[in-house]
Write a protein that binds this ligand. Structure first.
Ligand code: ASP
Ligand code: MG
Length: 405
């Protein structure tokens, strides 16, 4: 098999961890696999570089910021190559540009255009290991770019696609995806398998195990990901194409996100174009809107409520206050103590009444639902954040996800 491994910050967080990681690579080569590796910076390094930049300049140039942040990965890549050499394995470290990662020029959130990886394939074929810095590339003009925080997951998937690997292994400090957060529900169990689409829903809900973009890329090219622990030699969760033959449970898991705030603009004179007038400035301010509800217009007036990440709450309220005046609306209201709870699963496609069952369970616990949104494989409710744990626990139980141990 041809495999591209990725090691996150904690897996290369110290010299000792780097040695342990080198042994994992050695073991995979001994199994007869062709291996290339993508690394993150040693844990904490990217943050440390960021704070140094802040001390140098309040608004550092985006180009210099990328030049700085890309160095974290070079440290771990070179050290890991040395550790592999020490085990008798021929290894070469490559930074993003050397590895052939061509990107566009959007600093701090560059998109990968292509990976020119013939030299990396050659190393793999002769039993050598290329250790590639994650999270970075080079633009057409030769500037160093980075892919956004957590971007080495995306580098890993992109490299696996480029070298036509059979799978990409993402080694991290958790051993897989669980039916829900085991800190809230100790009876949560590890999923052996999850579809790309389900993983996208989990990832975008703040299960910060994988960068959401990496899952989207894997789905587009059907590149399965094995998410596993570098601390224990056990199999993790495979993220892959949907297995249509399988009999599906109603839902696969329960996710939540506390990083939410809710804002409402009330009494807007209803006319075509109001949504665009509101969401235009919000998007321009780089604020990510999620759940949106617009009320039925009454007597020519309507209300719009939506959620934003909590750290954007104050900025959003300011924006809406200005819009309220400009649009002749009645008032603006907000609440930054809300949270989102979702049930997720491709099984919803073949089971009916899943949403209703969710509402019943919440009502039974006397939890008030403030907003609802659904997709084909997800039902999300917005509720008071103090009910998150109760909601997650009761949903996990009601949908038969609690394991009996
Ligand atoms: N080192 C980068 C970060 O901390 C990229 C990564 O770890 O994936 O965001
Ligand atoms: Mg990460």
């Amino acid at each position: 098999m041809r495999v591209v491994h990725k090691y996150g910050g904690t897996s290369v967080g110290s010299l000792e961890r780097i040695r342990a990681t080198a042994k994992l690579i050695q073991a995979d080569i001994a199994r007869g696999n062709e291996v290339a590796v993508v690394v993150s910076a040693m844990s904490g390094d990217t943050n440390r570089l960021m704070s140094m930049a802040q001390e140098m300049h309040a608004v550092p140039s985006a180009r210099e910021m990328d030049a700085l942040l890309s160095t974290g990965e070079q440290v771990s890549a070179a050290l890991l190559s040395m550790a592999l050499n020490h085990l008798g394995i021929t290894a070469y470290s490559y930074n993003g540009a050397q590895a052939g990662f061509r990107t566009d020029s959007s600093h701090a959130r560059a998109r990968i255009k292509d990976v020119q990886s013939d030299h990396l394939i050659h190393h793999m074929q002769v039993g050598e290991v290329a250790v590639v810095t994650g999270f970075q590339g080079i633009d057409e003009a030769g500037n160093i770019t980075t892919l956004g925080r957590g971007g080495s997951d995306t580098s890993d998937v992109a490299l696996a696609i480029a070298v036509q690997a059979d799978i990409c292994d993402i080694y991290t400090d958790v051993d897989g995806i669980y039916t829900t957060d085991p800190r809230i529900v100790p009876q949560a169990s590890k999923l052996q398998y999850i579809s790309y689409e389900e993983m996208l829903e989990f990832a975008s809900l703040g299960a910060k195990v994988l960068q959401t973009r990496s899952v989207g890329l894997a789905m587009r090219f059907d590149m399965p990901i094995h998410l596993r622990s570098s601390f224990e030699d056990i199999s993790g969760t495979i993220v892959g194409g949907e297995d249509t033959d399988m009999e599906r449970a109603e839902i696969t898991g329960v996710a939540y996100n506390r990083d939410e705030a809710k804002v409402t603009i009330k009494g807007i004179p209803d006319q075509p174009g109001i949504a665009a007038r509101i969401f235009g400035p919000v998007a321009d301010a780089d604020i990510n809107v999620d759940v949106i509800v617009q009320n039925v217009s009454e007597h020519g007036y309507t209300d719009i409520t939506f959620t934003v990440p909590r750290h954007d709450y104050t900025a959003t309220m300011h924006l809406l206050q200005d819009l309220c005046v400009a649009m002749n609306a009645e008032k603006v209201k907000g609440d930054d103590t809300v949270a989102k709870v979702s049930i997720i699963g491709v099984g919803m496609r073949s089971h009916t009444g899943v949403a209703l069952k969710m509402f019943d369970v919440l009502s039974h616990e006397n939890i008030n639902i403030q907003m609802i949104t659904t997709s084909e494989i997800k039902v999300t409710v917005v509720l008071d954040e103090k009910y998150v744990e109760l909601a997650v626990r009761s949903l996990h139980r009601a949908f038969d996800l609690d394991t009996t141990i």
